[in-house]
Design a protein around this ligand. Structure first.
Ligand SMILES: NC(=O)c1ccc[n+]([C@@H]2O[C@H](COP(=O)([O-])OP(=O)(O)OC[C@H]3O[C@@H](n4cnc5c(N)ncnc54)[C@H](OP(=O)(O)O)[C@@H]3O)[C@@H](O)[C@H]2O)c1
Length: 367
């Protein structure tokens, strides 16, 4: 029996890579897989392609590159209508960055037999806690591993610990490859403005690096992880201290923004120098702490011991550190290379594997 997928965001960077991986890695092969993947649907923000028999490789790639047109659609309800009409079970993959997708996720989970796999963290951050729990409690039907740390084991680890009764009481981590890269460059003695410019040149930042330095993306990640650990929190509970003073973040022109970072070089140099003298370094740390009377959740630049789990983290790597109640003194940690398009696409395919009811081992690849 095949595993049917409908990819929303098929024309984006992750969507395009996912489609090419599905074909290159022979996920569609019935010789290799007991549940070969069939792409039934693809959508951009305005158009979709759907075939009950499956979309072939040529058309899937052409659609993802916007070289063929699909049918125009005007909103989530149109996609839901297509899904409701399908007699087949479909895993709908959300690789957009749109918060509007919450309506799609809820529509699928509440009103259809279909499933969701999402790399889009926006719906899980904007929804209320109860909706988060309703969606994510359907472990077989709702895959959200790729919404944080590009699908590394963070979500699984937290969920397993909760189910085992070894409740997390503190979660901390560095969840931004971009900000990890910048702090590592500062540690090496590079100027702050150079480090930001270099991160942009290497493609680690959003088109305007201000979007990385405002801390909002990290805030959404710690929120999702905290909620996964069972902490009843909302986005407004996260105290965010942006990497740079807020005034700088208002600049919408990327080049002017990068130029303005030079004014911060001396301040960051002194801050890093002072940290290093004390055996510490700077990291952009997100933390949710439920060990006291009140849950505290925040994200900001902090000095951490050089030998600590986050102090040892280098470059674009991400790490989560989890402290639980039962086995007090130690900690669990999960480290992963910084998110990239390839690893995200691969881990979306991995989330699809988890949705198979009777998964069987794939046959070896043809030589
Ligand atoms: N890039 C990475 O390395 C990376 C790593 C980990 C996770 N992620 C996550 O993966 C997701 C996709 O990232 P990306 O870099 O591929 O983004 P992207 O290149 O901007 O692509 C976004 C895709 O979503 C579609 N889209 C936008 N708004 C939509 C809407 N309202 N309804 C339906 N479709 C809509 C776009 O369609 P149009 O072509 O019509 O605009 C496009 O296909 C994001 O949530 C991101 O956080 C990305």
């Amino acid at each position: 029996m095949e595993q049917n997928v409908f990819i929303i965001g098929a024309t984006g960077k992750v969507g395009r890579r996912l489609i090419s991986q599905i074909f290159e890695k022979e996920d569609t092969s019935s010789l290799r897989h007991s549940h070969p993947t069939t792409i039934l649907g693809l959508a951009s923000s305005t158009e979709y392609l759907y075939s009950g028999e499956g979309i072939d490789e040529k058309n899937a790639i052409l659609f993802s590159k916007k070289r063929i047109d699909g049918k125009r659609y005007s909103g989530i309800e149109d996609i839901l209508k297509v899904l409701r009409r399908s007699s087949k079970s479909i895993s709908v993959i959300d690789v957009t960055a749109s918060a509007d997708m919450l309506e799609l996720h809820r529509g699928i989970i509440d009103g259809t037999k279909h499933k969701v796999v999402t790399a889009n963290k926006a719906p899980l951050a904007v929804c209320d806690f109860d909706t988060f729990q309703t969606l994510t409690s359907k472990t077989q039907r709702y895959g959200f591993r790729c919404s944080v740390m590009a699908g590394a084991e963070a979500v699984d680890k937290l969920r397993d610990l909760c189910d085992l009764g070894d409740t997390p009481v503190r979660i901390e981590g560095s969840f931004s490859g971009t900000l990890g890269f910048i702090t590592t460059e500062l540690q090496k003695g590079k100027r702050f403005s150079y480090a930001v410019r270099e991160a942009a040149r290497l493609g680690y930042t959003e088109p305007n690096p201000a979007s990385d330095l405002d801390g909002s993306d990290v805030a959404r990640k710690i929120l999702i992880l905290s909620r996964t650990a069972g902490f009843r929190v909302n986005l407004e509970d996260v105290k965010i201290t942006p990497f740079v003073p807020k005034g700088y973040l208002l600049e919408s022109d990327p080049e002017k923004f990068l130029k303005s970072m030079e004014r911060l070089d001396e301040g960051f140099r002194k801050r890093m120098e002072s940290a290093l003298k004390r055996g510490k370094t700077l990291r952009y740390v997100a933390c949710a702490d439920a060990s006291g009377d009140q849950l505290r959740i925040k994200a900001g630049l902090e000095s951490v011991d050089l030998m600590s789990p986050l102090g040892q983290l280098l470059g674009t790597a991400n790490k989560i550190v989890i402290i639980t109640k039962t086995y007090g003194k130690g900690y669990y940690s999960v480290e992963a290379p910084g998110a990239g398009i390839d690893i995200t696409a691969q881990n979306i395919r991995r989330d699809l594997l988890y949705q198979l009811e009777e998964r069987q081992v794939a046959q070896p690849e043809k030589k």
